[in-house]
Design a protein around this ligand. Structure first.
Ligand SMILES: [Zn+2]
Length: 449
């Protein structure tokens, strides 16, 4: 149940939503524009949903409200092409409402939802059913259509009717496509339809009931391991199929150095392959797993430190194209117990930018402008999603970030309906303070204090 203060907060959001014509001036922020940062004023029109003006100095007379933002960062709203919303069918873990609220709190204004819902969007009818829950969304949501019926990996869906229903791409995320012949046929059809095939790469014959990375930590904890080849074997197979079919093959959540190497070579060979990496694989390794703790259980698992370094290197040299969270909510009771019998996955929307900003940008390992690009323009370009950047006339999808003030990740501030994260207690900087989606203020951290 929402607390009284939370109800009050959302009431105020709704009141503002209703006030048409409201104009807000974000004054003096460091504004990201096409790879550079400069101090500018940005005028947001809530009624039209667009940026009315962006210039060095705009008069406060133009606005109903001025947000003093000196020293803060104004970035394009982030885009996450890999999240699990759980609605319909898994509302005890997350709903469209709670998931997109978490997205807004993390600075995301566009998300793409994976098809492992109930029903699975595997036909025009079930896609419509899944899309019907979107009236509750705080940010823009796109859906994937599944590659195979009921994600069973047996029969392909009517991919054309899914495309006509408005999906962003095809995937069976959560499970790997085991049959090479089926994957080839899927790629052929996707290529003809001009949509990407996003692949969760996992060869079941190499998983062996593993729950974490096959390595010294799994051995020490006495837990079954998942080999690196369980992932990379599929990628090696699929880049060859992509070459043969001409499909756009997108690799979800890359986690091993071998995968990075195969993707790098495939790109060099001119094969149409793109790839994403999660914040947790960039930050954590098997050595960070404190024991048999399900909050560190995700698929693919946290790998070795040489894998982690290869992922950072891959991102920097363009082998990996962008960042996606793989936000995967599970209820508290489901994540209690042993890694052996709890589900894979952690939430990620709310901590993605603060984690990467704190541990990579502040430590001078990754440039801030690149991080923003990997979380906005890069995924938008590859998945052909709208992201016009911060300039006059563009859709006002924006996030204002306090890059100075550190905050500790605590359960009370989590907006997702689930709290399965290993990052509680971590002190991070770079928290989204206000998020605007089509000009509407959908997240305002200050008002919650
Ligand atoms: Zn996956």
């Amino acid at each position: 149940m929402a607390s009284a203060s939370e109800r009050q907060y959302w009431l105020s959001v709704y009141k503002r939503k209703g006030r048409s014509g409201l104009k807000r001036l974000v004054k003096g922020a460091l504004v990201y524009q096409a790879g550079t940062l400069k101090q500018e004023d940005v005028l947001i029109n809530q009624e039209t949903g667009v940026i009315e003006a962006a210039a060095q100095s705009l008069s406060t007379d133009m606005a109903d409200e001025t947000i003093e933002a000196e020293g803060k960062l104004l970035a394009p709203g982030f885009i996450d092409v890999h999240i699990h919303l759980r609605e319909p069918g898994g509302e005890h873990k997350e709903t469209v409402r709670s998931g997109t609220k978490a997205a807004a709190a993390g600075g995301f204004t566009t998300v793409c939802a994976m098809p492992n819902t109930n029903p699975v969007p595997d036909s025009a009818e079930t896609l419509k059913e899944v899309q019907s829950s979107l009236k509750d969304a705080f940010v823009h949501v796109h859906h994937y259509g599944s590659l195979t019926k009921s994600l069973k990996g047996e029969a392909l869906t009517d991919m054309e009717s899914l495309k006509n229903g408005g999906i962003c791409a095809f995937t069976d995320d959560g499970v790997g496509i085991q049959q090479a012949g089926l994957m080839k046929e899927a790629m052929k059809r996707a290529a003809a339809l001009g949509l990407p095939v996003a692949a969760h790469c996992e060869d079941n014959s190499l998983v062996n009931g593993g729950v974490m990375h096959e390595g010294k930590q799994a051995e020490a904890l006495g837990l079954p391991g998942i080999s690196s080849s369980a992932e990379s074997v599929h990628i090696a197979r699929d880049v060859l199929l992509a070459e043969e079919t001409g499909a756009h093959y997108h690799v979800c959540h890359v986690s091993t150095k071998e995968s990075v190497r195969i993707i790098r070579d495939a790109k060099k060979a001119g094969i149409h392959v793109t790839a994403e990496v999660t914040p947790h694989h960039l930050l954590l390794t098997e050595e960070d797993i404190p024991g048999d703790d399900p909050l560190y259980k995700m698929n693919p698992p946290l790998r070795s430190s040489s894998d982690r370094l290869a992922l950072v290197e891959g991102l920097l040299d363009g082998t990996i194209d962008f960042i996606a969270t793989d936000h995967a909510p599970h209820a508290t009771e489901e994540k209690r117990g042993s890694m052996r019998n709890t589900p894979f996955g952690i939430i990620g929307l709310e901590t993605a930018f603060p984690l990467l900003y704190t541990f990579f940008v502040k430590n001078n390992q990754l440039p801030l402008t690149k991080l923003i690009d990997w979380m906005s323009a890069a995924p938008a370009g590859i998945f052909q999603l709208k992201n016009g950047g911060i300039k006059t006339g563009e859709r006002a999808d924006l996030v204002l970030i306090d890059i100075e003030k550190p905050r500790t990740v605590i359960p009370q501030e989590i907006q997702s309906a689930s709290s399965n994260t290993p990052f509680f207690g971590w002190e991070l900087s770079g928290w989204p303070e206000k998020t605007f989606c089509s000009g509407r203020l959908v997240w305002d951290r200050k008002e919650r204090e």
